[in-house]
Design a protein. Structure first.
Length: 311
């Protein structure tokens, strides 16, 4: 799929399909592990509908109501996704521990195996589709969705293996352990995958709080700016940047040595264009604003990274 909206719509449909199948299978098998999977996908489907709307908003230019555009909505959606997944996981963990302490839970293993096989295949196919889409689309929404489906595939595969183990135990007459496998499985899955929603929510929160993006993004941008201004006599170059969603905002303060050497307006415009071009080679989409200031009028800002200084 080569469009963001179609890819996200496919992800939403698969979440709804697996979620409905999970709730149906839970009623027949009495498995809390399947219930967790079904609830997870139904919640993800509801968030996916919002994600599609945000995807359309993110492609719009800024407006009077939103002068900095709609990129922050992407971070907000990813924060909600992380918190929802975290909430469902904690609920399932508490319920599984309670069941474990009260003698476990009997389930219908045959139906559980069929559902787990279906869920594993469906999640794996969806993760593959999302991965393929990244060849044509650069979107943090799709990156987050792909991560979700990869985790979902691993969880479903683990559930499938555990349910197959129940069948083996039943054939061997080890029924004493069968009642505990479902609860142990839920606890193991939640503990192993809890870091995913925590990282997703944490990253989105940092973006909403305007934290400087990670060095893998920030360092090449600073180097590109330094290269673009390398033949310009400057006192200081200070760079600030934030990345809400997919859009990178870069503010460059260029301090010229003194008022007498102030670069002409035409030359400044040429330098702005050069900086913008260099930065776009490192990251896109980007908004790059370059401000030139004479040293006699310059007060050093309290923040921003100094990347160059000429005595």
């Amino acid at each position: 799929m080569k469009t963001e909206v179609r890819t996200l719509a496919f992800s939403a449909f698969m979440a709804l399909l697996i979620g409905c199948a999970g709730i149906t299978a839970t009623l027949a098998s009495n498995s809390q592990a399947i219930l967790l999977d079904g609830l997870f996908n139904l919640i993800y489907f509801s968030v996916a509908l919002v994600t599609i709307k945000v995807s359309k908003l993110a492609s719009r230019p800024d407006s009077e109501s939103y002068p900095f555009g709609y990129s922050y909505f992407e971070s907000l959606v990813n924060l909600c996704k992380g918190l929802l997944i975290l909430g469902v996981s904690i609920f399932a963990l508490v319920d599984a521990i309670a069941a474990l302490l009260t003698g476990g839970r009997e389930i219908v293993a045959g139906l559980a195996v069929i559902y787990a096989l279906f869920a594993t295949l469906a999640c794996s196919v969806t993760a593959w589709v999302m991965h393929r889409s990244q060849r044509y689309i650069h979107s943090p929404l799709i990156v987050a969705d792909k991560l979700n489906w990869v985790v979902n595939s691993v969880i479903s595969a683990a559930v499938l293996a555990a349910f197959c183990l129940i069948v083996v135990f039943e054939q061997l007459g080890l029924n004493t352990f069968v009642a505990y496998i479902d609860s142990i499985l839920v606890i193991a899955v939640v503990v192993l995958c809890l870091g995913v929603p925590v990282r997703m929510a944490s990253q989105a929160l940092k973006e909403l709080l305007n934290k400087t993006p990670e060095e893998a993004i920030a360092t090449p941008v600073r180097e590109a700016i330094s290269e673009a201004l390398s033949d310009t006599h400057t006192q200081e170059i200070r760079v600030r940047m934030v990345r809400p969603g997919r859009l990178l905002y870069v503010m460059v303060h260029v301090v010229l040595p003194d008022e007498g050497d102030t670069t002409s307006l035409t030359a400044q415009d040429a330098l702005r264009a050069r900086v913008d071009e260099k930065v776009r080679h490192c990251y896109s989409p980007v908004v790059c604003d370059v401000v030139f200031t004479a040293d006699t009028h310059w007060a050093a800002p309290s923040c921003g990274l100094l990347i160059n200084k000429t005595p």
